[in-house]
Design a protein around this ligand. Structure first.
Ligand code: SF4
Ligand code: FES
Length: 374
């Protein structure tokens, strides 16, 4: 099979979801509702082969994620293999499951960068949102070891209605920890977060206040801390350019070896996904039907088809169009040109005004949904 089509560029980044297992149960988790069981996870040698194939394909950055990637006992070996393949390695972790000894071993294996998640800026908030008592204190210990070893650090704060008031403190903490970057990510409603819109949807005022805080902090901390910002998109006028454009810059490998154009792609029911167990990564990227489905602009209908922004945002997020409009080829309803935009705005305001709802925690693979913290 000749896999390469000249018009398609190679991917730059690959997200390797090593496992869906995780000690935390965050109610905004972007993992699919149907989590992959441990028995279905691909083994060490298959991951090593995937890393070599990714590097051959042109991937430069490897994001090791999950679930919690530290739940894999072979994490250190996988990092070493990725480095040997020539990939830049970034570990995306809650910190739970990492010890000082393991972090030193990861350093020896060649890990380049750590991205540490923050569920809240104090134990009460962080442990409630993560559904894990003692998680915050442990994370602070891990942050200390990360600094001692000297890993470049990005702090990743996921913000929503419950914790948006903690944004100024989250930014301060990033500076105190010596992080080079903070990702201020307002929750995106995929996976488990869709079940929690009544509890997590920020108000319009919170979204505006977050914009203001980020603008002010960016100016004040120029040269000290880079602030990446994902605003509350239900309250925006135009959608985000999701995944940099479908099948354009990145790909995800799920714990069971399925290769996805984005982390939520399995929510689009008519797509079928190739698996690294039986198809070379290069063929999947260039020819896989899921990657071809929404690549470029040919698949678009109006209003995107004749819109001047169609190569700016590529019509927004396919998974959000699927979740809200029921049609993955529709314009993302976040867009003011979408006929569904008005309904989305009303829905967002109704979710933001809801006061009764309780958090629905992500359940462990194969286990029922539980509420682990009172
Ligand atoms: Fe983007 Fe489509 Fe909206 Fe134009 S109509 S701004 S391409 S989502
Ligand atoms: Fe799938 Fe946006 S999350 S395209």
């Amino acid at each position: 099979m000749t896999a390469e089509t000249p018009a398609i560029r190679p991917p730059i980044a690959m997200l390797a979801e090593l496992t869906h297992r995780c000690p935390l149960s965050c109610p905004y988790c972007s993992n699919p509702i149907e989590l992959a069981l441990q028995e279905r996870e691909i083994d060490t040698e298959t991951w090593k082969s995937v890393f070599r194939q990714a590097a051959d394909l042109g991937v430069l950055q490897l994001h090791l994620s999950g679930g919690e990637p530290a739940s894999r006992r072979d994490l250190e070996e996988l990092v070493g293999a990725a480095r040997d393949a020539g990939l830049y390695t970034n570990l995306i972790t809650s910190g739970i499951g990492l010890s000082e000894r393991r972090l030193k071993a990861l350093d020896e294996a060649g890990l380049d960068h750590v991205q540490l998640s923050l569920q809240g800026t104090d134990a009460a908030m962080a442990d409630e949102i993560g559904g894990y008592r003692g998680g915050f204190d442990r994370k602070m210990k891990v942050a200390g070891w990360i600094a001692d070893i000297g890993f470049p650090l990005t702090l990743n704060a996921v913000l929503h209605r419950r914790n948006l008031h903690q944004l100024p403190r989250a930014i301060e903490m990033a500076v105190e920890m010596g992080a080079r970057r903070i990702e201020v990510a307002t929750v995106q409603f995929h996976g488990w977060a869709l079940k929690n819109r009544d509890t997590l949807m920020p108000t319009r005022e919170q979204a505006r206040e977050a914009d203001r805080i980020v603008t002010e902090a960016r100016a004040r901390l120029k040269g000290t801390l880079v602030i990446d910002y994902v605003p509350a998109d239900y309250h925006s006028d135009y959608p985000k350019r999701c995944m940099g454009g479908w099948g354009t810059t990145g790909l995800n490998v799920a714990p069971d070896g399925k290769v996805l154009p984005c982390h939520a792609a399995e929510s689009i029911p008519h797509l079928t996904f190739d698996n690294v167990r039986d198809t070379p990564l290069r063929d999947i990227w260039y020819e896989g039907s899921a990657f071809q489905a929404y690549r470029g602009t040919e698949w678009m209908s109006e209003p995107c088809k004749s819109c001047e922004r169609k190569t700016v945002d590529f019509g927004g997020c396919r998974c959000q169009a699927m979740a809200i409009v029921g049609d993955a080829s529709a314009t993302d309803p976040v867009c003011i040109k979408s006929p569904h935009h008005g309904a989305l705005v009303a829905q967002a305001d109704a979710h933001a005004a809801s006061v009764e709802a309780r958090l629905v925690y992500r359940s462990a693979p194969g286990k029922p949904v539980v509420e682990p913290v009172d």
